[in-house]
Design a protein around this ligand. Structure first.
Ligand SMILES: Cc1cc2nc3c(=O)[nH]c(=O)nc-3n(C[C@H](O)[C@H](O)[C@H](O)COP(=O)(O)O)c2cc1C
Length: 170
């Protein structure tokens, strides 16, 4: 059931280094491919890092890879994002990529694959390390794989604000 799946997921910060098997990875990527995006523009570019060289490069610019050997780098194409003409400050790049990554994170959970959402990196450094095109903006990374034995959820996982604080009925 979806509610069980959503509650069972937690951030893993110690991976055993095994790559995500091909079939599982395919299902995860497919869940991202069918995610909704503003005006269905599908501006996402999902880079799948698996080679030793690519994993070394991402480790050199991000301290939150946690020993994973499969890493997704979720970006948007500046030329494909939707702009809100009623609010110039808003474009869909961050929103669209976050929906895509949420789909993939939950699909991973369904496949028994652990994950951690990561934004603690300098986008310029990531672009440079991976030689991304100028029109591509990295938003989030996601190390994927299998937790080392004994890994448990961090205290943050269960620190959930009361519904009255985050759900406002009008
Ligand atoms: C937008 C976003 C950015 C995050 N960035 C990082 C990060 O850079 N490094 C990290 O270790 N965890 C990161 N996390 C994971 C959160 O700290 C984690 O989801 C939160 O504490 C709840 O814990 P849980 O995922 O175990 O339920 C991020 C999560 C989100 C949604």
């Amino acid at each position: 059931m979806f509610s069980d799946l959503a509650k069972a997921r937690f951030s893993v910060r110690k991976f055993d280094g095994r790559r995500v098997p091909k079939k599982k990875l395919q299902k995860i990527l497919e869940a991202g491919r069918v995610a909704p995006t503003a005006k269905n523009n599908q501006p996402q570019k999902v880079y799948v890092l698996e080679s030793k060289e690519a994993i070394e490069k991402i480790n050199s610019v991000c301290s939150c890879i946690y020993g994973a050997s499969t890493v997704l780098v979720v970006c948007y194409d500046k030329n494909l994002i939707w702009h809100n003409s009623l609010d110039e400050k808003v474009n869909s790049g961050q929103i669209d990529t976050s929906i895509v990554l949420t789909h993939m994170m939950l699909a991973a959970q369904e496949e028994g694959v652990n994950s951690c959402w990561v934004c603690y990196f300098n986008p310029k450094e990531v672009s440079q390390a991976l030689n991304l095109p100028d029109n591509v903006v990295p938003v989030s990374l996601m190390p994927l794989g299998f937790a080392c034995e004994g890994v448990v959820p961090s205290p943050n996982h269960t620190s959930i604000r009361d519904a009255e604080e985050t759900i406002i009925r009008m």
